[in-house]
Design a protein. Structure first.
Length: 561
């Protein structure tokens, strides 16, 4: 409505006559709504930038891998393209015996395979990075509670499903005059003194006991050993070498909510094989020397001199060639995705590896399956250790060469053996996931006689990158505050509260140094992760310190050496 000011006519100027006044009033609309942006205000560019950054679900991840491996297994082959190009172990002896013993050269292991003129394959430059390995971006997708697992500890064999928990073997001993029932586990137990365990074995009708202490008095044993105070238990329930499984419990008065769950974490593939671009990391090399030598023509089977190389020391960059939008994608706990993984899978196109059984050549297991001597778990005929990656093959000179098929988007792979506790809202990796490649003994014989459980190389395919961080503090809210509670929260009936951990904002680092602060531009986040990719030969005893290290034994060299 218009505003009018009426001034009497006699007040307009001195001596003005009085005159009747009238105002005509119209019903025509004289006002208008303000159009969006049709006003001026002060805008904080920093605030706009941060708002866009916090709302962003688009990522362009980049990984840098330092590749370290030991090329250790000698063998023999009668396939001439391979025989003529080995790194010979003892050329003089081989010349005399006419049986050429050596090792495959570095390019059978490296991420980048050069154009080697061995007449074995028709080389294509665009496939240089995918002859030996393939690379994918994956995320933790769901939990498999029924995955079949197996391990050996103290000459005892364990066969269980993931949901049963963590296996143990009992050993009784005395500490400071008190009797302790000691439980040695196949992997880190994740317990603290004062917590409880639910055992698969019963003493009468009781199978829940409080943890008294950790370790057996030796260095580095706390992770693998927990103890229950022996109040005078009788019978054979807790006799030495009794085996079973346990589950962690935080509060025995609230077992249903505070008992941990155990499972194998499965990964879903987000990219196809051509979606990840691999490049060498400039002139960067790792600290280990590249072993090369000159092979004299008089000491080679085809009388041709050449330079052979045993290992390389390259570093590589891996980048997705498009932006990944993670909007509405949830992880295995139905939370927003907080980790991406660069998943590296052996392909072995040249056929040195992956001799199949039931169509599968690539084996899988967990850290508790890695021992100084290859366990029966890795036997070629054990289908429980098979991956779900099928092989293909081609034939040359009446020999069959096998290689693993490429994965594709939405394929699912096994991952780490994990623990989750609803009450704590924390996931813990109990035992990392490994894959194993073994030489095809029909192509390159490393054992005599030929064995179905030959030694090989282990590696961790899933290499983690953190893109979000969950708070170290548990938030709570009552049932009337559901509007402020995230969808992934856990409702505790005993507390009558929702429980969850908030996601830190991008750029926030807490007092423990936890958080992420990645570059953000072009409407995308650009996270980066530097990691070491190891190809580990058989014989490294990962589980040798399950009982701890005797503190009275001094090392022959100090830590610097």
């Amino acid at each position: 409505m218009n505003n009018y000011t009426i001034i009497p006519s006699q007040l307009r100027y001195i001596g003005a006559p009085a005159v009747d006044e009238e105002i005509s009033i119209t019903l025509e609309e004289q006002s208008a709504q303000i159009t969006e942006f049709d006003r001026s205000q002060t805008v904080s560019l920093a605030q706009v930038f941060d708002d866009e950054r916090q709302a962003c679900t688009v990522f362009r991840p980049t990984f840098k891998a330092t590749y370290i491996y030991a090329n250790t297994y000698t063998g023999t082959t009668t396939y001439l393209p391979f025989q003529y190009n080995l790194y010979y172990a003892n050329a003089l002896q081989s010349t005399a015996s006419k049986t050429w013993v050596g090792l495959p050269q570095y390019y059978e292991f490296d991420f980048f395979r050069p154009d080697v003129s061995d007449q074995h394959i028709v080389y294509k430059a665009k496939s240089a990075y995918t002859y030996n390995w393939t690379y994918y971006i994956t995320y933790a997708y769901k939990n498999n509670y029924e995955s079949k697992l197996s391990a050996t500890l103290n000459n005892s064999n364990f066969n269980w499903v993931a949901s049963d928990g963590i296996p143990f073997s009992i050993n009784n001993y005395t500490k400071n005059g008190s009797g302790l029932i000691s439980f040695q586990c196949i992997s880190p137990h994740g317990l603290t003194p004062g917590e409880y365990v639910e055992l698969s074995i019963y003493y009468g009708k009781i199978n829940i006991f409080q943890v008294d202490s950790l370790g057996n008095g030796l260095t580095e044993s706390d992770e693998y050993i927990f103890n229950i105070y022996n109040v005078g238990y009788t019978g054979n329930t807790f006799a030495n070498n009794i085996t079973g499984t346990f589950k962690r419990i935080i509060n025995p008065d609230n077992i249903l909510e505070t008992k941990s769950k155990y499972y194998v974490r499965e990964h879903k593939v987000l990219t196809n094989v051509d979606d990840v671009i691999v490049t060498r990391a400039g002139f960067e090399k790792n600290v280990f020397n590249e072993l090369k030598k000159f092979e004299f023509s008089s000491l080679t089977p085809n009388n041709v001199s050449r330079v052979s190389q045993l290992t390389s020391s390259n570093a590589y960059d891996f980048t997705v060639n498009y932006d990944l939008d993670l909007k509405n994608i949830l992880d295995n706990q139905k939370r927003p995705v907080s980790e991406l993984f660069l998943t590296v899978i052996n392909k072995g196109y040249t056929g040195y590896f992956n001799q199949p059984y039931n169509g599968i050549g690539l084996k899988q297991g967990w850290k508790f399956n890695l021992n100084k001597k290859s366990s029966t778990w890795w036997d070629q005929n054990n289908i429980d250790s098979n991956t779900n990656i099928s092989v293909s093959s081609y034939t040359k000179s009446n020999r069959i060469f096998y290689f693993n098929l490429d994965l594709k988007r939405d394929d699912v792979l096994d991952g780490d053996f994990c623990e989750w506790n609803d009450y704590e809202q924390i996931e813990r990796v109990v035992s990392p996931y490994y894959q194993k490649i073994k030489y095809n003994q029909d192509i390159f014989q490393t054992t005599s006689p030929i064995s179905t459980n030959s030694p090989g190389f282990y590696y961790t395919p899933h290499n983690s990158m953190t893109i979000r961080v969950f708070s170290d503090y548990i938030e709570t809210a009552d049932a009337n505050s559901v509007d402020n509670v995230p969808s992934y929260s856990f409702y505790s009936k005993s507390d009558e509260q929702f429980r969850w951990r908030d996601l830190y904002t991008y750029g926030f680092i807490d007092n423990l140094g936890r958080g992420v602060n990645y570059p953000f531009f072009n409407s995308a986040q650009y996270p980066f992760k530097d990691f070491v990719f190891r190809l580990i030969p058989e014989g490294i005893n990962f589980n040798s310190n399950l009982l701890g290290v005797n503190q009275s034994i001094k090392p022959l060299i100090d830590e610097c050496e």
